[in-house]
Write a protein that binds this ligand. Structure first.
Ligand code: NAD
Ligand code: ZN
Length: 349
């Protein structure tokens, strides 16, 4: 069984599919858990982005994976049958300028699971061996599925100075929530978060944000300035993709600060370059994916050391067949990370 996008338009179907054969450099995995990302919801709902981006229907959805390796391609040496793996979802060519200069995560010829090729909302999936990340045995195995978005948070928070800083995290979806946890562990000394959804506001508090502001109710810039002796925060971690949140974050950042953006606005937006960036002498940093693979090593350390507890962020565990319920939860925002299990694995983590 697999969750397939069969035709253009909203929705997806549960379809019977054959077990695929791995190529020489690939592995076949039995999917133990997978999780829903905002991108999957966009594809499910068939928004404007999905209409332009998704070319190869019918296609299995999903990209976040915890799988057990059950078959190896003939060239595969670095992985064994029985290994539990997570997967880096950006498949790089390994040959282009970017791949050869340490920037494989933005490979010029890259493809992405569940976007360009078949994904992992299925009982079995194919993963290129170079993209498989063998899970440290100390980490609960279904967290393998969450390591990919967690890596986005790790990459963004650690993309500049963080120890002893004041931080504003805009948007407390799963990755914003993970960023709060990572910023705390990494030595940020004051963490202010913003979010509009009440369920996620409560989660952000639980995870350890010092202050959570609802921009619908509070003047974010004014409150941030009050909290930082009129200076503004040292670091902005943008995790909402919301233009209003982004504009306010520029005003809440101190001169000379760091503005790291993972959130993706769904259309082009205007920014006053002079006021917001140039005269403020700030550094604006686009963040895409995870560094391959230094982010994965760090993410592993956070989890295997036991210092990072992501359990409060994993709010729902459902059967894969209940994907529609999962999508509905994601649409409502009344959830953190939603995990889907092809088998009834929910109690076996
Ligand atoms: P998400 O959509 O679940 O979370 C965004 C959150 O922002 C939501 O909880 C929403 O309620 C909140 N929000 C909306 N308007 C707001 C406002 N004005 N102020 C404060 N909060 C507001 O997304 P996610 O999965 O947590 O991912 C975070 C962002 O990162 C998304 O924009 C996603 O598209 C993007 N993303 C980028 C990459 C990349 O490689 N650059 C990878 C994964 C995700
Ligand atoms: Zn490349």
């Amino acid at each position: 069984m697999a969750v397939m996008k069969t035709k253009p338009g909203p929705g997806a179907e549960l379809r019977h599919v054959e077990i695929p054969k791995p190529g020489p450099d690939e592995v076949l995995v039995k999917v133990l858990a997978t999780s829903i990302c905002g991108t999957d919801l966009h594809i499910y709902e068939w928004n404007e982005w999905a209409q332009k981006r998704i070319k190869n229907l019918p296609q299995i959805m999903g990209h976040e994976l915890c799988g057990e390796v059950v078959e190896l391609g003939r060239n595969v040496k670095n992985i064994k049958k029985g290994d539990i793996i997570s997967a880096e979802t950006h498949i790089a060519c390994g040959h282009c300028y970017l791949c050869r200069t340490g920037l494989a995560h933005i490979c010029m010829n890259g493809s992405i699971f569940g976007v360009d090729i078949h994904g992992v909302f299925a009982e079995y999936a194919i993963v290129p061996a170079t993209n498989a990340w063998v899970l440290d045995k100390k980490i609960p195995r279904d967290y393998a599925s969450v390591m990919e978005p967690l890596g986005n948070a790790v990459h963004t928070v650690l993309a500049g100075e963080i120890v002893g800083t004041t931080v504003l995290i805009t948007g407390c979806g799963p990755i914003g929530l993970m960023s709060i946890a990572i910023a705390r562990l990494s030595g940020a000394t004051k963490i202010i978060a913003t979010e509009i959804n009440e369920y996620r506001i409560q989660l952000a508090k639980k995870i350890g944000a010092d202050l959570v502001l609802n921009p619908g109710k509070k003047n974010v810039v004014q409150r941030v300035l009050e909290e930082t002796d009129g200076l503004g925060v040292d670091v902005v971690i943008e995790m909402s993709g919301n233009p209003q949140a982004i504009r306010e974050a520029f005003d809440a950042l101190r001169p000379g600060g760091r503005f790291s953006i993972l959130g993706i606005p769904d259309k082009p937006m205007e920014i006053d370059l002079g006021k917001s960036i140039i005269f403020k002498y700030i550094t604006v940093q686009g963040i895409n994916g995870r560094l391959m693979f230094s982010t994965w090593y760090k993410t592993t350390q956070f989890l295997s050391s036991g210092r990072l507890d992501i359990e409060p962020i994993v709010t729902h565990r459902l059967r894969l067949a209940e994907f529609e319920k999962g999508m509905e939860l994601m649409r409502s925002g009344n959830c953190g990370k939603v995990l889907l299990y092809p088998e009834d694995e929910t109690s076996k983590t």
